[in-house]
Design a protein around this ligand. Structure first.
Ligand SMILES: [Zn+2]
Length: 211
């Protein structure tokens, strides 16, 4: 509900019963063995203990094997949540014991709305057009949008211009983009290569340009 004490503790990361583990930095078999010992303890306040393993695809083969033993006979009070962007890297023995939920990318408008909340909290000076540039560069990932904004604040402080956002994110001016499309339509390879060189000279990032 996000209003009661228990929910607020979970959101703030203080709940004893909701444990988040970064699978990328705890990917060894020892981390999972430790987890297996801990899951037997009863929850502190709720009915369930929830273990969230983020980036679960980063676990080692040994770690997956250890995890599988727990998944085969999980204690009744434990719920595991595995988050991943790469489900194909997870062994089918694990996948077959999971329920799948696919999350879609977040809309541009929703990302901008969330960024606006941060802008207000942090008292940043930034216009909507510039926020849109940040939101678009994150291609539907709220986490990417927030970390981009973090980087931008570290680089330019509280007064943020579209120019400095482009510099930090390696985004090219729209005019060059249109020029490039025109070169493609006209099948003008030389012009296309010349534009790519120009982007690289400006310190732009080719993968950002493609996005
Ligand atoms: Zn609640």
């Amino acid at each position: 509900c996000n209003k009661c004490e228990r929910c607020i503790r979970i959101t703030d990361g203080y709940s004893m019963d909701v444990i988040e583990i970064d699978g990328a930095s705890n990917n060894g078999v020892d981390s999972i063995r430790e987890l297996r010992n801990k899951v037997n303890f009863a929850p502190a306040e709720g009915r369930y203990k929830i273990y969230i393993i983020d980036e679960v695809h980063m676990l080692s083969q040994g770690a997956f094997n250890a995890l599988l033993k727990t998944l085969e006979e999980p204690p009744l009070h434990v719920i595991f949540i595995f988050a991943t962007t790469d489900p194909h890297k997870i062994p089918s023995t694990i996948l077959s014991r999971c329920q799948w939920f696919n999350f879609r990318r977040i809309s541009l408008a929703d990302i901008v709305a969330k960024l606006k909340m941060i802008v207000k909290d942090e008292k940043l000076n930034i216009d909507d057009k510039t926020l849109n540039i940040i939101a678009r560069s994150s291609t539907g990932s709220m986490r990417d949008a927030e970390s981009a904004l973090d980087q931008i604040i570290a680089y330019c402080g509280k007064d943020i211009t579209s120019q400095s956002v482009r510099e930090v994110l390696g985004i090219i001016e729209e005019e060059i983009f249109f020029e490039f499309i025109e070169a493609i339509i006209k099948n003008d390879t030389l012009k296309g290569i010349e534009i790519i060189n120009r982007i690289s000279d400006l310190g732009g990032d080719a993968s950002q340009f493609i996005k």
